[in-house]
Design a binder for this molecule. Structure first.
Ligand SMILES: [Zn+2]
Length: 60
């Protein structure tokens, strides 16, 4: 299990969810039960993990 940070694009809610890597991937691809915002129940969720990774890798 790993922790992932998510950000709701509709209401701006940030939340953390623990899940397997495979669940994380399938959820983002929409092939499994979609992620939902715990606050507004929106499915417009983006992962903050990849964003942080890109930001870090740009530093040279
Ligand atoms: Zn929301």
């Amino acid at each position: 299990m790993a922790l992932y940070d998510y950000h709701c694009q509709d209401c701006g809610e940030q939340f953390t969810q623990s899940e397997h890597i495979s669940d994380h991937t399938s959820a983002l691809q929409g092939s499994a039960s979609p992620l939902r915002c715990p606050k507004c129940n929106s499915q417009h969720i983006e992962s903050m993990v990849s964003a942080a990774y890109v930001h870090t890798s740009k530093k040279s």
